[in-house]
Ligand binder design. Sequence first.
Ligand code: NAD
Length: 253
Amino acid sequence: MADNDARVAIVTGAARGIGAAVARRLAADGLAVALLDLVEESCAPGVAEIEAAGGRALAVGVDVGDSAAVEAAVARVVDGLGAPTVLVNNAGILRDNLLFKMTDDDWDAVMTVHLRGAFLMSRAVQRHQTEAGWGRIVNLSSTSALGNRGQANYAAAKAGLQGFTKTLAIELGRFGVTVNAIAPGFIATDMTAATAARVGIDFEDFKKGAAAAIPVNRVGTPEDIAHTASFLVSEGAGFVSGQVVYVAGGPKD
Ligand code: NAD
């Protein structure tokens, strides 16, 4: 396989926000794209938009933390679009709380979606990638992996995804599969709007405050992340693997 037109991508959490933008961008790049999210119908507008632009897309409902559901979802993609060789592990949730208030469920829910979800999806898709002798996995980490107040669960999961990324890069490289992570800074989506609402700050003011602390003087957009994903998925990025690309409008370490 040599060009995008023959390739099938899966994007999780694709109903909105970053996942929806990544799905649109990969479709514009010529890939057939399966949009996965908790509720199949929530991906219908994204599928319609891609199809209206002449692309191929499929909506699939799945909870990425559920092993049997993940196997069934990947089988549906194989039937509907063909064997997937590109996977973007983007599905995510927040359950922010200071440690002393964080519940067992806050911890487990975040670990299940981010870490177990990426594990189950990658394990299900790698068999198609290794069979094809080509593949791309992109995991959504976060600048929160470096530590963020009120996010012990999320920071641990996003740091965990970086170790997961590097390990898969080592294991799958010999099969022509690259594995990288994107670690976004502040991106304007429903997720950050919900954080603003939780702390009682108007979203526009919240974005202004965040932008003031970002060297390029603006918050990020889902398209900023989609552009980076497009690069990492591209044929020419085949020598880039095991990397964490911070897309945050400035340096992070
Ligand atoms: P979002 O909340 O707008 O979208 C997340 C999507 O994931 C939703 O459509 C949701 O339904 C889906 N999802 C949640 N749990 C799921 C599950 N169990 N199975 C399948 N789908 C599920 O979030 P976003 O801002 O677009 O973020 C996307 C990713 O980027 C997340 O992994 C997030 O942690 C990460 N990220 C976001 C930011 C930001 O500033 N927005 C920054 C760094 C990292």
